[in-house]
Design a binder for this molecule. Structure first.
Ligand SMILES: C[S@@+](CC[C@H](N)C(=O)[O-])C[C@H]1O[C@@H](n2cnc3c(N)ncnc32)[C@H](O)[C@@H]1O
Ligand code: SF4
Ligand code: SF4
Length: 338
């Protein structure tokens, strides 16, 4: 089954459709007060139900050919303790971590829709073999993979195998000053990361990027990181400080990089948490209708999850949503289907 094309064999059965119809119509009919409204309102409700079930609904239009980004927070576990980020404080227990085969299946099902897969965390390289499996699957479908890492666990063996698949690796650093490093990372990993950046450049060439967070604690570091990247011939990107549960602060007077008139592009995203829960943006809890995950890929098929009525409603709400998280790199427009 696909989000874009024809109906396929594993669509709901006839009995499923009947149950679905009566499941909506029965409670609706009980709410009709006047007997003479009964038939017209039931007809209208039936039309509405048919539209949601059979018509190419707006949710399907959000998911176009190569129009979407699949973002996998592969784990919340981390080997660093950065004060800018609170993710490392709540690592998932083993029983809340899906098997990699479940994510790979989800990637296969969505492959026609995706222009990019992004792996983030926690620290993805704690699960380097799983990252490589995702890299292989993405390459099979000619989808670009972007993996974010703190750079500590990079090895030559990982780089050889990752480089052969021609994907991008983003190493995050917020200073190149050794005296500040341990405060910024919570661990004394300066030398290891610097060594690994140079090794990564050798193997990945232009497929290596460096990203820094601009906060009041790090803004003075950005110029020196930029010249370091320039000397190394590596693309440097920045990300404004946002609420990741950390204790850093936003720099005063930082201009907004997005306009209120442009819809939040997070609508193009499909985000999977370590336990398989599916959401549309990392800040979904700010939206009442999106507080609860849309589903879980361990229990349901991803296409069914994305075709739920609530998924359509959430995507519509996101169109006019204007929280600061709109400025996160993954929420900036790429291709958007209206
Ligand atoms: C959460 S980390 C996970 C991947 C990996 N551990 C790393 O540090 O690259 C993903 C990206 O988010 C950035 N990040 C962390 N805390 C942030 C914050 N408070 N605001 C904005 N970006 C943040 C990191 O610098 C990194 O580039
Ligand atoms: S930013 Fe990355 S390395 Fe730092 S604590 Fe968060 S997940 Fe770990
Ligand atoms: S503004 Fe934030 S909460 Fe709203 S849709 Fe965008 S990322 Fe989600």
């Amino acid at each position: 089954m696909s989000l874009i094309y024809r109906r396929r064999a594993n669509q709901p059965s006839f009995t499923h459709v009947i149950n679905d119809y009566f499941g909506e119509i029965k409670p609706f009919s009980k709410r009709i007060g006047k007997w003479y409204f009964y038939i017209p309102l039931i007809i209208m409700k039936t039309i509405e139900w048919s539209i949601y079930r059979w018509y190419k609904t707006p949710i399907r239009r959000f998911y176009g050919v190569k129009g979407n980004e699949l973002i996998y927070m592969i784990t919340k576990r981390c080997n660093e303790k950065c004060p800018k980020c609170g993710i490392w404080k709540t690592p998932e227990p083993d029983n809340e971590h899906i098997d990699i085969s479940i994510f790979l299946n989800c990637l296969k099902m969505l492959n026609e829709n995706l222009y990019q897969v992004t792996i983030t965390g926690g620290e993805p390289l704690l699960l380097a073999e799983d990252v490589l499996k995702i890299a292989e699957e993405s390459r099979k479908h000619e989808i670009l993979l972007l993996t974010f890492t703190n750079g500590v666990l990079i090895t030559e063996d990982f780089l050889k195998r990752y480089a052969a698949l021609n994907h991008k690796l983003v190493i995050s650093i917020d200073t190149i000053d050794e005296s500040k490093w341990t405060d910024f990372r919570g661990k004394a990993t300066f030398e290891k990361v610097m060594e690994n950046i140079k090794l990564s450049k050798q193997y990945l060439g232009r497929n290596l990027q460096i990203q820094s967070v601009i906060a009041s604690e790090s803004e003075k570091e950005i110029d020196s990181i930029q010249s370091f990247c320039k000397d190394l011939v590596v693309l440097h990107t920045t990300q404004r400080y946002l609420d990741f549960g950390g204790v850093w602060n936003n720099p005063i007077n930082t201009p907004k990089t997005t306009s209120n008139d442009v819809a939040c592009a997070a609508r193009k995203n499909i985000i999977i948490y370590p336990n398989g829960d599916v959401v549309k943006c990392f800040d979904h809890r700010r939206i009442l209708r999106a507080k609860e995950p849309l589903g879980n890929i361990e229990k349901e098929d991803i296409i069914q999850i994305l075709c739920k009525k609530r998924a359509t409603e959430v995507s519509k709400i996101m169109k006019t949503c204007n929280f600061p998280c709109k400025e996160m790199a993954c929420n900036v427009p790429e291709i958007i289907y209206n």
